[in-house]
Design a protein around this ligand. Structure first.
Ligand SMILES: O=C(O)CCC(=O)C(=O)O
Ligand SMILES: [Fe+2]
Length: 334
């Protein structure tokens, strides 16, 4: 009886929270709310996409013309035609790598800048002080995110406006690409039974709804092998999903993925620091859990429309952190 009551009150609580969230987003960003509800259906998505592409033809031509003469300082010897072909067929292309000096610059920035545990503004700490920070905050962190990174790191800013990335985005989206956000975060190795894990990490199969037409570039900033949380991508799922998965977007089980797409279409992406790939994240994908070492990853997000929901800008006043320095006496930071 008690268990039944507990179950019902738990379900009621979840429904209530969900409803509240829906009302809040409907009021604050109705366009985004609608897109999230309908862009999951391939038929609707393709239809809206076609309209967007048609009405942006001139803008795209102007954009490509303007960028034709610009040369990338970062990505050399990149065959954009091949990338677009692969993106269209499989939804992904690997091997757009960052040079070592850029990786080192970003790593240096990441190590001297606060990251925020479990994406909460009040849990700032330096990566190298994670263990002390966990004792101080009395909790274990699964991941930690950086904020305002392109304002603070010149190398990241340069990647955001790189002509090769912009050309890939423009030609895949078939519209003028809008840079809608850059994110950088750590995934820490942790016991997989940790209950909070799935809430905060993307560590179960899912697909993203950032726009009707969007694309993401990912760059590993630490070596990522099978035990360090590789990204996993389901080849071809950007064009084809089970009706049930379109309907109940939710989280998709591995068993379902294997039986629907086949083991041969599950792509596990391993690579050393700097390894880069671009993908249509409307396909099913996940970031797996690191088992041995932490993973640092950078992500750039481009789309046809910016709903202002994907960026990492936060008023620095809201960010709070803890700093231990050489001593074990923590100092709060504002
Ligand atoms: O952590 C990862 O590799 C995946 C992240 C993800 O799902 C996303 O950025 O959309
Ligand atoms: Fe995702």
């Amino acid at each position: 009886m008690f268990a039944m009551k507990y179950f019902i009150s738990n379900v009621a609580r979840k429904v209530y929270i969900n409803l509240l969230y829906n009302v809040k987003t409907l009021v604050s960003n109705p366009e985004w709310f609608l897109m999230r509800k309908i862009s999951r259906f391939h038929l609707i998505r393709d239809f809206v996409k076609r309209i967007i592409i048609q009405s942006n033809k001139l803008e795209l031509l102007e954009f490509l013309e303007k960028h034709k003469s610009q040369k990338s300082q970062i990505f050399l010897n990149i065959n954009v035609d091949k990338i677009i072909k692969n993106l269209e067929k499989e939804g992904i292309f690997q091997g757009i790598n960052l040079p070592t000096d850029i990786v080192n610059n970003i790593l240096e920035f990441a190590l001297k800048t606060n990251c925020y545990g479990d994406h909460q503004y009040k849990f700032g700490f330096l990566f190298n002080e994670r263990e002390k920070a966990e004792l101080y905050y009395k909790r274990r962190f699964i991941s930690a995110k950086y904020y305002n990174i392109s304002q603070e790191c010149q190398s990241i800013k340069e990647i955001e406006s790189d002509p090769v990335l912009l050309e890939i985005a423009a030609r895949y989206l078939k519209t003028k690409p809008l840079h809608i956000g850059t994110l950088m975060w750590w995934n820490f190795p942790i016991n997989s039974e940790h209950q909070e894990y799935n809430k905060i990490s993307s560590s179960t199969y899912h697909y993203d709804l950032d726009d009707y037409n969007s694309i993401k570039f990912f760059f590993y900033l630490t070596d990522v092998y099978i035990n360090n949380g590789p990204h996993v991508y389901i080849i071809g799922s950007h064009k084809n999903k089970k009706i049930l998965h379109q309907l109940l977007r939710g989280r998709i089980s591995e068993k379902d993925i294997i039986s629907y797409y086949g083991q041969e279409n599950i792509l596990t992406i391993c690579g050393s620091a700097g390894w880069g790939f671009v993908e249509d994240t409307f396909a099913v994908h996940q970031g797996t859990r690191p088992i041995s070492q932490s993973r640092l990853i950078l992500q750039l997000n481009f789309a046809s429309h910016d709903y202002n929901m994907e960026n990492d800008w936060v008023n620095p006043i809201r960010l709070q952190g803890i700093f231990f320095g050489d001593e074990d006496y923590p100092q709060s930071q504002k």
